[in-house]
Design a binder for this molecule. Sequence first.
Ligand code: SF4
Ligand code: SF4
Length: 223
Amino acid sequence: MDSNKVKNIMFSLGADLCKVAGIDRFDDAPAGYHPLDVFPSCKSVISFACRFPAGTLTCKTSVPYTRVRNSITAKMDAIALDFCIEMDKHKIAAIPIPTNESQWDIKTERWRSIVSQKHAAQAAGLGTIGRHSLLITPEFGSMVWLGAVLTEAKLEPDPVLNRICNDCNLCVKACPVNALEHLEIKQQVCWDHAFGDNEETKNWEISCHKCRDICPYNLGYQI
Ligand code: SF4
Ligand code: SF4
């Protein structure tokens, strides 16, 4: 199994982007959240992305954006699961990282995925993390959702990209609750503002993506 074959399987399952990182690119992972903390025989991390419809950013209601986010999570998890089963058929162990599931890290007092999807994507050269704390890809900007698979297969890694964010700080100024004032996003401040029940409709919605909207690279730059 080589990197091209792996990517072709991912694309056949519905991924729009797929890149590979070697395990040596995760030295900065927080203690307990390194791929080897999850899967001790991991040699490569496969990061993939699916497009998130850009029109959802300009709707007058938060419902389409919220619904796509909820649906795409299930889609990413299904792709990762099917991919791992496909690898099993080749007698290669691979495990999926849940797409939108985090646990409380008592050491740093933050919610974390068992392996950061964003950092895995950056390590694999899928994109780079912007000042707004979102991944920016050359092809689709930040309008992607991320998935990852850990595997014992040693695959050819992709090159890491140069930083795309230009530090214009438009996202920092656009945030209504100053969640981006420090380099590390104030996670709970953002979530308390952006997620929750709509007071009028009583629907659970994601009502803020202003940092995503305003970024000059939100739709990518290789169109
Ligand atoms: S989603 Fe909204 S609240 Fe959260 S960081 Fe972006 S602009 Fe701020
Ligand atoms: S709005 Fe500017 S500072 Fe913020 S992520 Fe985009 S390019 Fe970077």
